[in-house]
Design a protein around this ligand. Structure first.
Ligand code: CBF
Length: 829
């Protein structure tokens, strides 16, 4: 840093940074300059990639003036910031969002057209950064978009994975994972800052020593270290001139290259340290709800939070007064992945800043809040003390002390209740000694929130019951939300235009204003316009899938869509049973094709590579699709489409085209869901269980415009307690039996009964997520869907009402709730 005392002599260097002129000519000039100077080519010799990179850099110029100003203001005013700590940020493509945020869409279109370039081709050139698995990572991206739009100072901290979520391909219907090489063609949105690299230590041991004041202290003597190199990304607010920062860390070796070993001829050994270090941020763990990859994953988690805490102190606590930290930041822990930040901050405050333990703990408790995103016990991370102690010995010591003091409190509050103390211990003793990260986060966090009303209730009642009894005021709910900029304005320009024509501007940052559309549900002309837009969105999807996946989506079908990670609890298998059942009934003559509402069933899902049942389900979906799609008996009424590599970019075309949104998880298992919100906002009707945020969607859109089915959460619990035997449902429902028997017969596997036997057995004799118990209710409700869809006008009315009543699900509202209930931060303005 040259620092604030640096006095440049040239007057231009003293003036504020300015953006290029907001005009077509200004844009063309910047664009050509980028082509010539950054890409080093003339327009006539440039490739599409040169043009895309130059376009992105051009848009960046418009943002950076605001960005620099924003960052300066945050520093100068010492505004309290949100430090959003998340191992995942599933950003989606950046170009469209940046053009929208800067209000440059039209100018850029014209500017490029005047250069003979179709901007759509350049937009399509962008490879989305897939730095997240699904809902949790995408939620983080929506949140930072909303905070920037609301002018709230925020810094997102995460990991710059060299390979994001794997690219999914299908070979003979089975998922094959390819590396996601998102950086290969250049990454124009990032600003690397090697000079701000941070050292991160690992391993070794601790030792006791007496400091100069005669105080006995512990210190960490690490065994090895790596460097964390930051890459900054701009996070633009929507047309408000605010730009926040996302800082992602990449691991590098402290000593990358050993020249003497290289000279001795051992080339592999010469770069061993580099390879080892870089592995830390090499890949995103392709897991959605079960921990895996253990040691490397813990390394990743510690790596990014250690970098982030150091970075925050260095960049924002310039006077070195760490006691002011709670006034300057609230670190939001996005699930358990960043929770190791708690002992890390304690270590920094006690070991480095030499604060007393008690004072450090008071500060730490004010600096963190924790969001839990799951209800599945296997998704709550635990780290064995053996591993934690080996990798982070000082942190384990700190965790033990936090736990000892916490349990002393519990014992004092509940004397003679040792059972309770054991249940609440941060350290689990069985099946191995391990640290329960959710408990650590709950003990340290100023607040703990779930992500939908039902989820937060179940957290209080079940997963963290003892804690909520002990600290009722600590627990709160913030229902998730989605950014309307990306998922309505960018994804569905037709509908956005109709809304603006009807309501005027302003609704995009005040989404509750969609309620003003309600009366238009009764307006035949408005409905007709809505239906035309839906049809155009279907055509857009049809063209995309034809070009991208070489699949034909028939015209005039009800478009029934289920897109989300493949997981048993989400129950793609239940939807599949419905399809197989319809098919079976038609081919056996139980049902005439004429009686069936023509439907195209779309799936989009990635399965974690090590998740066998999920991968077999993908295979079965593709196998059913292959048979159904070529059977002349059903060809006009049933079509199954499964485009590979579902991602944010595909979602943006798929969701606006959907008629029916499938949200069919077993009640009590989906924490919230956010896809459910995106569909409703784009005018799809939901068929769903009483789970996650479905509950709130149904409450808001109304029972008449939502197809509810299945067991409720208390009914699920009762059935479990009574003893669930899925086989009995199979035996007692001939339609279900016929569908399962057809799969078991080898009909979809070329006569080979063995291929899907494990899946069928799993459903018949285990069925942990009760697909068979909900089958009857599901297919009966699907029949109601068919009947309702026959009345196109009624359907359109319901669809419009879904849009009008979904304003609550904006991530801007979620951010307001976090601010009011947890963060207490203020906008910069
Ligand atoms: O809260 C965001 C989402 O997070 C998950 O994807 C997760 O990874 N735990 C949940 O499964 C979703 O229900 C939730 O919407």
């Amino acid at each position: 840093h040259v620092g604030p005392s640096f006095q440049p002599t040239h007057p231009l260097a003293l003036a504020p940074v300015t953006a290029p002129p907001h005009s077509v000519d200004g844009f063309v000039r910047e664009f050509l300059r980028e082509l010539n100077t950054s890409a080093g080519v003339t327009l006539s010799r440039s490739t599409v990639n040169d043009q895309y990179l130059s376009l992105a850099r051009t848009v960046r110029h418009y943002l950076s003036a605001r960005w620099l100003e924003n960052t300066r203001k945050i520093r100068d005013t010492k505004a309290k910031m949100v430090g959003y700590l998340s191992a995942e940020f599933l950003l989606g493509r950046q170009l469209g969002n940046a053009l929208l945020a800067t209000d440059l869409e039209e100018i850029a279109d014209k500017a490029l057209a005047s250069c003979g370039i179709d901007i759509a081709t350049l937009r399509a050139q962008e490879v989305e950064p897939g730095l997240g698995n699904g809902g949790l990572g995408r939620l983080a991206a929506c949140f930072i978009d909303s905070l920037a739009t609301m002018g709230v100072p925020c810094i997102g901290y995460g990991i710059r994975y060299e390979y994001g979520i794997f690219r999914q391909t299908f070979v003979d219907g089975q998922q094959v994972e390819q590396p996601d090489t998102w950086l290969t063609l250049g990454s124009p949105w990032e600003f690397p800052h090697p000079e701000h690299a941070v050292q991160v230590d690992f391993g070794g041991h601790t030792e006791k020593y007496t400091d100069t004041d005669g105080v006995e202290r512990s210190r960490w003597v690490p065994a090895w270290n790596v460097l964390g190199m930051p890459f900054n990304y701009m996070v633009p607010g929507y047309q408000n001139g605010q730009v926040n920062t996302l800082r992602l860390w990449s691991a590098q070796a402290t000593k990358a290259f050993d020249l003497s070993i290289f000279n001795s001829g051992d080339y592999a050994e010469a770069v061993r340290a580099q390879t080892f270090a870089e592995n830390i941020t090499k890949v995103l763990y392709p897991e959605d709800s079960t921990p895996q990859g253990k040691e490397l994953r813990l390394q990743q988690q510690y790596f990014f939070v250690a970098c982030s805490i150091r970075d925050f102190l260095d960049r924002f606590i310039l006077d070195g007064d760490v006691r002011s930290l709670p006034d300057r930041v609230i670190f939001q822990l996005n699930d358990t992945h960043p929770v190791i930040a708690v002992p890390e901050l304690m270590r920094v405050l006690v070991d480095i800043e030499k604060l007393e333990w008690e004072e450090a703990w008071e500060i730490t408790k004010k600096c963190f809040a924790y969001t839990c995103h799951t209800l599945l016990p296997e998704a709550l991370e635990v780290w064995s003390t053996e591993l934690l102690g080996r990798l982070l010995p000082r942190h384990l010591e700190i965790i033990y002390r936090i736990n000892d003091e916490f349990l002393a409190e519990v014992r004092a509050a509940f004397p003679n209740d040792e059972m309770r103390a054991r249940q609440m211990s941060i350290i689990a003793e069985y099946p191995e000694r391990a640290v329960r990260m959710a408990y650590l986060a709950t003990v340290a966090g100023s607040k703990v929130n779930g992500v939908a009303e039902l989820h937060s209730q179940l957290l209080r009642d079940k997963v963290l019951h003892d804690f909520s009894e002990y600290w009722p005021e600590k627990f709160t709910n913030v229902t998730n939300g989605v950014t309307p900029r990306r998922f309505l304005r960018l994804a569905n320009p037709g509908l956005s235009e109709l809304i603006t024509e009807t309501l005027g501007t302003g609704w995009l940052t005040d989404l509750e204003r969609l309620a003003e559309l309600e009366p238009y549900a009764e307006d035949a002309e408005f409905r007709a316009a809505f239906v035309r837009i839906k049809a155009a969105n279907k055509t857009r999807l049809r063209r995309l899938l034809e070009a991208r996946d070489e699949v034909a989506v028939p015209d005039g079908h009800l478009l029934d869509v289920m897109v989300k990670r493949l997981h048993e609890y989400k129950r793609q298998s239940l939807k599949l049973l419905h399809i197989v059942s319809l098919y079976e009934q038609i081919v056996t003559g139980k049902l005439s094709a004429d009686e069936v509402t023509p439907r195209t069933f779309v799936f989009g899902a990635k399965a974690a590579p090590g998740y066998r049942i999920a991968k077999e389900t993908i295979h079965l979906i593709n196998s059913v699709a292959a048979v159904v799609n070529r059977d002349p008996l059903v060809k006009d009424v049933l079509k199954v489409v499964f485009p590979s590599n579902y991602n944010v970019t595909l979602a943006e075309t798929l969701i606006p085209a959907a008629d029916l949104s499938e949200q069919i998880s077993l009640a009590g298992k989906e924490a919230s869901g956010t896809g459910n919100m995106k569909f409703a906002l784009n005018g799809a009707l939901t068929i769903g269980t009483d789970d996650g945020a479905n509950v709130e969607i149904r409450k808001l859109v109304g029972d008449d415009h939502f197809f509810l089915f299945g067991l409720s959460e208390p009914e699920v619990t009762d059935l479990q307690t009574a003893g669930y035997r899925s086989h009995e449902f199979y035996e007692s429902d001939p339609q279900l039996k016929a569908a399962l028997d057809l799969i078991a017969s080898g009909h979809f596997s070329g006569g080979d009964r063995g291929v899907f036997e494990p899946l069928v057995s799993n459903l018949l004799y285990d069925d942990r997520f009760m697909a068979l118990a909900d089958f009857r209710s599901y297919v009966d409700t699907q029949a109601k869907v068919d009947a309702y869809y026959a009345d196109q006008d009624a359907w359109a009315r319901s669809a419009v009402l879904n849009v009008a009543r979904s304003g609550y699900f904006s991530s801007d509202r979620s951010m307001r709730d976090y601010i009011d209930r947890i963060w207490h931060t203020r906008p910069l303005r």
